[in-house]
Design a protein around this ligand. Structure first.
Ligand SMILES: Cc1ncc(COP(=O)(O)O)c(C=O)c1O
Length: 482
């Protein structure tokens, strides 16, 4: 995409949209934020939005809708079976993703449930570039295990590697040989690998996976929830595709997979999901599960209005000015914080900026959740809500042991076309202040630990009175500022 150059030479991301519907947000004082944290048991998932100023928890279902999506929602065709809204969506899936069979599901994890239900048996192994938390739970539920096969470079936080989401091809083949191809129902590749900081894979890597899948007759499943951004970064970073268009790159990627599934809360900024394929056998195997778990085959648990919005949102995914917006804001945020010395995941990736809590809070042991502590501290000093991505988000093993995560990150999601640049500058300001006062942050411990998805609903408490100390320092430095 051609860049707009500034006379001053300054490089800032320029919004290529205008705001026509707004939502008022409010900032409560830091004393109220401390109470809100206590009420929410120091888990940012448990805060309510009336206490949150800038909500960077996730981009899932929080991207801005376009005027065209809203308009399309008004012409939805309400019907249990055979709705025209479904056929418009099916056409969009075929046009954008290049797959003729489309199975609607109410969100991404429903697709994970159906694919696992159909293909994962006890003792199976599913190799992948990296897990997503809901996916891991579904595979485990069916007696399967996963193996993550990233290259070492992916774990280097401060890196210049353009494709940290690549799967390790040599290890992939080795794992299949050791485990036996008959025990590997599919290989999964996730576009813009979420949990390692939104890092893409290259098309060459996907082609290499396809070759292995063909050699051993194993299905290749693509999680396309963040496909548009991965495709955009392929054009930016992979020499062979620098002259290609977004639709070409997207269809090159989907064309290599047997099954493509997605959370539409991400892919098309609407609320729904889908599984699509060109393989008639796969369609026949999966389609009976839609009425069982989701709803009739022409709505799958999605409202007709959302289906209309999803169809338009899919076409908008191939608009470079749309898909590059959050990427350019993320790059701005990462570069500005990096320039202030704050340890970040680099290169800037997809869906959000990621703070390296392992480094920022290196004085906090992993068993006291440095990333969760940093997320709580950031909310306290700014009203910015981020998400913990570390040990607190991992699951205990069968023996109750708690594995320490490979990375301790705080994700600051940047949903598409939601924030202004001055809000992003506020984030840079407060994160930098917090970084300079990081020694005041201490750990957290669980007081309520649910057996599954403890990061969503678990309750914690601080191991010392550090939140009050941080509040006092904030008041010293900022006076009566909110
Ligand atoms: C890569 C990826 N896959 C699957 C999902 C699950 O989708 P959903 O939240 O719609 O269930 C998500 C959600 O964030 C995701 O990021």
């Amino acid at each position: 995409m051609n860049e707009i150059k500034f006379y001053s030479g300054e490089q800032i991301p320029l919004e290529l949209h205008k705001v026509r519907v707004v939502q008022k947000i409010q900032m409560v004082p830091i004393e109220r934020r401390l109470e809100a944290l206590q009420e929410g048991m120091f888990n940012t998932y448990r805060l309510t939005t009336k206490d949150v100023f800038i909500d960077m928890l996730t981009d899932s279902g929080t991207n801005a809708l376009s005027d065209k999506q809203l308009a399309a929602m008004m012409q939805a065709d309400d019907a249990y079976a055979g709705s025209q809204s479904f056929f418009r969506l099916k056409q969009a899936v075929e046009d954008v993703l290049g797959k003729k069979y489309y199975l609607p599901v109410h969100q991404g994890r429903a697709a994970e449930n159906i694919i696992s239900y159909a293909y994962v048996k006890k003792g199976n192994l599913i190799p992948m570039n990296y897990r997503f938390s809901t996916l891991l739970a579904h595979i485990t539920q069916h007696g399967g295990k996963i193996i993550e096969l990233l290259y070492d470079e992916a774990y280097v936080i401060d890196s210049t590697h353009p494709f940290k989401g690549n799967i390790n091809i040599e290890k992939l083949e080795e794992v299949i040989q050791i485990h036996g191809a008959e025990n590997v129902p599919y290989i999964r590749m996730e576009a813009s690998t979420n949990l390692i900081g939104g890092q893409p894979f290259s098309i060459q890597n996907l082609r290499d996976v396809r070759a292995i899948a063909d050699k051993y007759n194993i299905r290749l499943v693509l999680d396309a929830s963040l496909l548009g951004e991965n495709a955009y970064l392929v054009i930016q970073r992979e020499e062979e595709f620098k002259e290609s268009t977004l639709p070409e790159v997207i269809q090159t990627m989907t064309g290599l997979a047997d099954i493509v599934y997605f959370s539409a809360r991400k892919l098309s900024s609407s609320r729904g999901g889908g599984i699509c394929t060109n393989n008639t056998d796969i369609y026949k195997e999966l389609s009976p599960l839609i009425p069982l778990f989701e709803g009739f085959l022409t709505y799958g648990g999605i409202s007709v209005r959302e289906m209309e919005s999803m169809a338009v949102g899919l076409y908008e995914t191939i608009d470079e000015t749309m898909i590059s917006q959050s990427l350019s804001f993320i790059a701005y945020l990462v570069n500005a914080l990096d320039a202030n010395g704050v340890p970040m995941v680099k290169p800037a990736g997809v869906l959000g900026a990621h703070l390296n809590a392992m480094e920022i809070c290196k004085h906090i042991p992993q068993k006291e959740y440095p990333a969760a502590s940093l997320a709580a501290a950031l909310y306290l000093v700014s009203g910015i809500r981020g998400m913990e991505r570390g040990t607190m988000s991992s699951q205990r093993d069968e023996d109750g042991n708690e594995p320490c995560a490979d990375m301790e990150l705080v994700r600051l999601a940047v949903p598409r076309r939601v924030f202004t640049l001055s809000q992003i500058k506020y984030v840079v300001d407060r994160v930098t202040w917090l970084y300079e006062n990081r020694e005041l942050i201490d750990g957290l411990r669980f007081v309520e630990e649910p057996p599954m998805f403890r990061s969503f609903m678990g309750g914690l408490e601080p191991v010392s009175d550090w939140p009050q100390k941080l509040l006092n320092k904030f008041r010293e430095d900022f006076g009566d500022s909110l």
